[in-house]
Design a protein around this ligand. Sequence first.
Ligand code: SF4
Length: 406
Amino acid sequence: MLLESRVKEQGSILARLGEVCTDPLGYAREWKARTGGLVVGSFPMNFPSEMAHAAGALPLIIQEAEDPITAGHGLLFPFYCGYTRSTVDQAANGELDVLDAIMFGDHCVQLLGAADAVRMSLKNTRVIFFQLISSMCDPWTLGRAKESFEKLREELEDFLGRKVEDDALRESIRLFNRDRQAMRKLYEMRVAGQISLTATEMQYVVKSAMVMDRREHLELVEALVAGATENSPAPEKRAIRLHLSGHFCQAPKPELLDMIEGCGAVVVGDDLYHGFRYISTDVGENGDPMEALAHWYLDRNTGVPCPTRVQNDVDWDAFLLDAMRKENAEGMIVLMAKFCEPHMYYYPEVKEAFEKAGMPHLLIETEHESMALEHIRTRVESFLELVKRRRGAAPVVTSAAQGEVA
Ligand code: SF4
């Protein structure tokens, strides 16, 4: 294929993925009308979508909406995070009616509150709750995780009125693994400078996987990988290489990501849920698929540690420093969703570790409603200036600089 038409094809793939990300429920409605299938929603971050897929349904991870909160105001405290408030608002406004069932796995107190409010609003939607063990390194953790997934499978089968067969589950696992591998390939190419996907485009790639039919998604991502190997322009060499961290259940707003890169940075890695965290770990393809899913649940937390889980032998801060070394990243921007308790509790440890290592980082608190982008831009510009000055200097951050950036 000619270079020009390759570039065009890549542009239209990214535009398609972006469209799905902008209107995930619209995609679900269209899919339902096209296939007549059922749509099973889930909350982030630990639901094994493979299970709903194996049952013939479209698994969809419920996304934060752009809209301001209206009807949901009366159902949840204003000091809940934007993701939970937005989800409850979408339920109260009838937007989640397209979902035939919702799977809730607990991972924080706010999510539990949101689950009750959603249940109250969606009287005709089957709500399936499952409890996943949050202590990750006890002798009984694996067994408990397997039990939870088995319970989830039983509830799904009861809801659908048919069995989720092991073979179908293995096939879905293989498909999801292939899709994760294709997305990780894009990450590898980005870190090696072989592709210049912006942070927003990378988010489109990953977020759309949480919504789309997997086979359709895989085709698009594999075409993106194939095209990128031939013609991607190299990223700007002088741009400051950044790692983005944090933001669990909701995707950071594209305008924020664009602004950060527009200030002279290039994002080379991340541990965002709408990023590497979501695709970091594959599920074993042989043997008992339920056992494999239970292992996946444990392995993910070693691959990319999560502050909503408890595990004595892994450290998120150590993981971040190591990831940055591998990515050759010069600084890290931490995106913290306002009122996200697990992140707020853990952040001091990250801050301390980064200061000790002399690695610059900047904390940005994000909000559902509105963000003073111009104010944040000034902070990002100062931070990047500081990182630029460190180039070639010993990796030591002065106390004045620490105050400025952290
Ligand atoms: S982990 Fe954070 S972002 Fe996710 S639901 Fe809980 S408080 Fe909200």
